[in-house]
Design a protein around this ligand. Structure first.
Ligand code: ADP
Ligand code: MG
Length: 710
C-alpha cells in the first residue's frame, strides 16, 4: 500500500509546485488518485498525415523537417537573434516553417520560444502533433507537441487527454506531462492495486481485471482494449453504487417495523364514491402499490413521480384516508405557504363527504388557529395536518402520526425531513411526491434504495398546451392576444426569471416588468396582481388569492408560482426571458395552465441574446409536452456532470467515469446484477465477497444521509 499512497510530487516533470496545484485544482494527491484520474477523450496518434492532406480544425500528427524560422516582437517587427540573448527575450512569437514530401506548414509558438528556437534548427526532423487551424488562408499549428521521431516516448496509438484547468495549463501541466507522470505512477504502483470485484463477478459479467483496466484506460493499445477497460470501470462504479443503495434498502426493510394498516375504512370509500370522475388507471395502480406497503408491516419509503396535473393530490388524500381507516393521523408537507394553502383548500373539498378533518399550519397561522391545530393533533380530532416547515417544530406533538407525505421533495432538505422522523418512536410511512420527472437512469441511482411509483397518465380531457416561442420585439402582438383571452373570460400568468444574484435587483427587474404589463393593461379595464419572494406572507396570499378567485386578470410573478398552484381558469402562461430557464423549470411553469377544459397557451419570450443551447431548449419545449422526455433530454443536453454538480440533483456521490445519461444500459445491468448478489448474500458477508465488503466501507459509499429520505 505504501506506493499507492505516495505523493505525486516525485514523478517525472512534477515537483512540489505542480503537485500542490494538482491537489488544489483536481484533488489529486497520491499516486492512487492519479491513476484513477481517467482521460476524458483520446486522440488517435497511430497515423502520420502528409501535410497536403491536412485540413483545418482537426487534430493530426505530421512528420516534417524544419525549413526556416523567424522571431517576431510584439508589433510584428522581425528580430535578429544573432544580436544576442536579450534580443531573443524580446520575441513574442516564433514561426517555424516545416515541410514533408507533400507540402509546407507553419508552426507557431507564443511560449517556450527560447527552447523551441534552440531545438527546431533548420534541417532537423520532428513529429508534430496538434490542432490545425487556418490563419490568413494558410494552415498552421499553434503550440504543437514536438517529439523526435526516434524518441521512444513519442506516443503512438491512442493517447489520452486528461482533465485540466486554466491554472494547470499555465503552470505547464500539459497532457504530455500528465501522461508521463501517469505512466511512471503505474509502473511504481500498479502491482499494489487490489482487485475490487470477486472473481465470479468478473466472470459473470465478462470484465477484465482491474489492473489491466487501469493500465488500458491510460494507455490503450487499440480501441477494443479501451472499450473493455472502460466497460469494466463503469460497470464497477455503477455496480458498487447500486449494491450499497440496495443493501441499505434491504437492511431497512428488514430492520424497520412499520405501522400495520390492513383496513380500507369508511372515509376512503366515502371520498372515493363522491368523486366526480373516476381514477385514472395510473392512479389506481399507484394506490394499490401503496396499499401493499401499508399492509406489509414494514415502513414504506416510496417516491411518487407524476407529471404536473397528473393528480397526485388525490392520491395523497386517499392515502391519508387509508391511514385514518386504521386509526392513524397523516401530514402533508408542502414547500411553500401558497402551496400549503392550496393543498388545504383542495384536501378540504375531498374530505367533505367523509368524517375526516384536516387543518392548516404554517408560519403565518394566527395564534388561535395554531392553538386549535396543535390541540387537535394532540387529541386526535384532526386527522390530516397540512403545512410547511412549521409542522416540523417541536411544539407539534402527534397523537399517532402514521403517514407523512412530502410534496415536491426537491425543495426539502434531508435534515428537515428527518426531523419529522425523529419525533416518532416508530417511523411513519413516508411518501415523497415529486412533479419533476426524473429520468429512469437517474431515479435508479438517486433513489436506489426507495420504491418508486409513477403516475404516467394524465386525467382524460386535458388539452395540450400550445407552446410557441417569440422574440421580445413581438411583445405588442402578444399583449393583443392576451387582451383577447381576458375578454373571453380567461386569465394569464406572466413570469419573470430570477436574474441577478441579489434579490433586490431581481425584484427591481420584476417591478419593471410589472410596470410594463400595467402600462399595457391599464385600470380600470384590467387588474394585474404581483407576487414575489420579498413580500410578506399576508401580501403574497392576498395577491395570490386575488388571482385564484378571478379578481385579477394577470398575475405577474417570479417563479414562486412554479410549484403546484392550481388556477383552472388561467389559459395563458407567458415566460419572459425564457432562455434563462432550465427545461424542467419551463415545464413546471407550463404545467400551471391547461388544467381547465379550455385551450391553453404557453408563450416563451426570448431576448436577442439567446444562445444556441438555450434556443434548443426552447425548441424542445415547443416540440413536446412529455415531462419524462424533456427530462431525459435535459440530462442529455446538460450532461450529468452539470446535473450531478447541482444541489438539485442531490446525487450522493461523484461518478468518476460512468455517465448517467449515456450509460443507462450498463446501469440497468449493474443494478440487476447487484440485486442478484444481494439475494445470495444479503449481508455481503461471505468470504468470496470480501472485496465488495471492503469497497463498500469506503467513504464514497457512506451515503446514508442521502438515501434516508425520512
Ligand atoms: P398534481 O399531480 O400536479 O399535483 P393535481 O393533484 O393538482 O395534480 O391534479 C390536477 C387536477 O386534476 C386537479 O384539479 C384534480 O382535481 C384533477 N384530477 C385528479 N385526478 C383526476 C382524475 N382521475 N380525473 C379527472 N381529474 C382529476
Ligand atoms: Mg400538486
Amino acid at each position: 500500500m505504501a506506493e499507492l499512497e505516495g505523493s505525486i510530487q516525485y514523478l517525472p516533470g512534477m515537483g512540489p509546485k505542480r503537485a500542490a496545484l494538482l491537489q488544489k485544482e483536481l484533488g489529486i494527491e497520491s499516486l492512487s488518485d492519479l491513476i484513477h484520474l481517467y482521460p476524458y477523450r483520446y486522440i488517435d496518434r497511430s497515423g502520420i498525415y502528409p501535410i497536403a492532406q491536412v485540413s483545418g480544425e482537426s487534430m493530426v500528427q505530421i512528420r516534417a523537417k524544419v525549413v526556416s524560422r523567424n522571431l517576431y516582437a510584439k508589433g510584428g517587427e522581425v528580430i535578429d537573434p544573432g544580436k544576442g540573448v536579450s534580443e531573443l527575450r524580446r520575441a513574442s512569437r516564433l514561426s517555424v516553417i516545416v515541410e514533408d514530401s507533400s507540402a509546407r506548414m507553419e508552426m507557431v509558438f507564443f511560449k517556450g520560444i527560447k527552447w523551441n528556437w534552440e531545438r527546431l534548427s533548420p534541417g532537423s526532423e520532428y513529429i508534430f502533433f496538434g490542432k490545425v487551424s487556418e490563419f490568413n488562408g494558410r494552415l498552421n499549428m499553434v503550440h504543437p507537441e514536438v517529439d523526435k521521431p526516434q524518441e521512444s516516448s513519442a506516443p503512438s496509438g491512442l493517447s489520452g487527454v486528461y482533465p485540466s484547468t486554466e491554472a494547470l495549463k499555465n503552470s505547464g501541466v500539459t497532457t504530455k506531462l500528465m501522461s508521463r507522470a501517469v505512466g511512471a505512477a503505474l509502473s511504481l504502483c500498479l502491482r499494489e492495486v487490489q482487485e475490487t470485484l470477486p472473481d465470479y463477478v468478473l466472470r459473470d459479467n465478462s470484465l477484465v481485471p482491474l489492473r489491466k483496466a487501469l493500465y488500458d484506460i491510460h494507455f490503450p493499445k487499440d480501441n477494443a482494449c479501451l472499450e473493455q477497460a472502460r466497460y469494466r470501470l463503469k460497470f464497477e462504479e455503477l455496480f458498487l453504487l447500486q449494491l450499497s443503495l440496495l443493501k441499505q434498502k434491504y437492511v431497512r426493510s428488514r430492520g424497520s417495523k412499520g405501522f400495520l394498516m390492513p383496513r380500507v375504512g369508511e372515509d376512503f370509500n366515502a371520498c372515493y364514491k363522491a368523486l366526480p370522475y373516476s381514477l385514472t388507471s395510473a392512479q389506481q395502480r399507484v394506490i394499490k402499490e401503496i396499499r401493499a406497503d401499508l399492509m406489509s408491516g414494514k415502513q414504506m419509503n416510496r417516491l411518487l413521480q407524476g407529471d404536473v396535473g397528473s393528480g397526485k393530490t388525490l392520491v395523497a388524500v386517499l392515502c391519508c384516508l387509508l391511514a385514518k381507516g386504521n386509526g392513524y393521523q397523516s401530514c402533508i408537507l408542502a414547500p411553500t405557504e401558497v402551496l400549503a394553502h392550496q393543498h388545504f383548500v383542495s384536501v378540504s373539498k375531498f374530505l367533505a363527504p367523509t368524517g375526516s378533518r384536516c387543518a392548516l399550519l404554517t408560519g403565518s397561522s394566527s395564534g388561535p388557529e395554531r392553538r386549535e391545530a396543535l390541540a387537535g393533533i394532540l387529541d386526535g380530532s384532526i386527522d390530516i395536518l397540512i403545512g410547511t416547515h412549521a409542522l416540523l417544530e417541536d411544539c407539534v406533538v402527534w397523537k399517532n402520526l402514521g403517514l407523512a407525505i412530502v410534496d415536491e421533495q426537491h425543495r426539502f432538505g434531508v435534515e428537515q425531513r428527518s426531523k419529522l422522523w425523529k419525533k416518532n418512536s416508530i417511523a411513519p410511512h413516508i411518501l415523497v411526491m415529486t412533479a419533476t420527472p426524473i429520468p429512469r437512469t437517474l431515479a435508479m441511482t438517486l433513489y436506489g434504495d426507495l420504491d418508486v411509483s409513477v403516475i404516467d397518465e394524465l386525467p382524460p380531457g386535458r388539452k395540450p398546451v400550445r407552446t410557441i416561442c417569440i422574440d421580445e420585439s413581438r411583445k405588442e402582438a402578444m399583449y393583443k392576444f392576451i387582451r383577447e383571452q381576458i375578454a373571453a373570460g380567461r386569465q394569464a400568468f406572466v413570469v419573470y426569471p430570477l436574474i441577478f444574484e441579489s434579490e433586490k435587483l431581481d425584484i427591481k427587474n420584476l417591478e419593471q416588468g410589472y410596470e410594463d404589463i400595467v402600462a399595457a393593461f391599464p385600470l380600470p379595464d384590467y387588474k394585474v396582481a404581483i407576487v414575489h419572494g420579498q413580500q410578506s406572507n399576508e401580501q403574497k396570499s392576498f395577491n395570490m388569492e386575488a388571482f385564484v378567485a378571478g379578481r385579477a386578470d394577470i398575475l405577474v410573478s417570479t417563479t414562486v408560482i412554479e410549484v403546484g398552484v392550481d388556477v383552472p381558469n388561467a389559459s395563458v402562461m407567458v415566460i419572459m426571458s425564457a432562455q434563462r430557464f432550465g427545461l424542467s423549470q419551463l415545464h413546471q411553469l407550463r404545467g400551471r395552465v391547461g388544467r381547465g377544459a379550455e385551450e391553453a397557451w404557453c408563450i416563451l419570450v426570448k431576448d436577442q441574446k439567446t444562445g444556441k443551447e438555450a434556443q434548443s431548449r426552447l425548441d424542445l419545449m415547443c416540440s413536446t409536452q412529455d415531462g419524462f422526455e424533456l427530462s431525459e433530454q435535459d440530462l442529455r443536453m446538460r450532461g450529468p456532470g452539470d446535473l450531478e454538480g447541482t444541489a438539485q440533483s442531490g446525487l450522493p456521490i461523484r461518478l468518476s467515469i460512468a455517465s448517467l445519461s449515456k450509460d443507462s444500459a450498463i446501469l440497468s445491468r449493474a443494478r440487476d446484477y447487484a440485486s442478484k448478489v444481494l439475494e445470495r448474500d444479503p449481508e455481503i458477508s461471505s468470504a468470496e465477497n470480501y472485496p465488495l465488503r471492503r469497497e463498500l466501507q469506503k467513504d464514497k459509499f457512506k451515503i446514508e444521509d442521502f438515501s434516508r429520505i425520512s
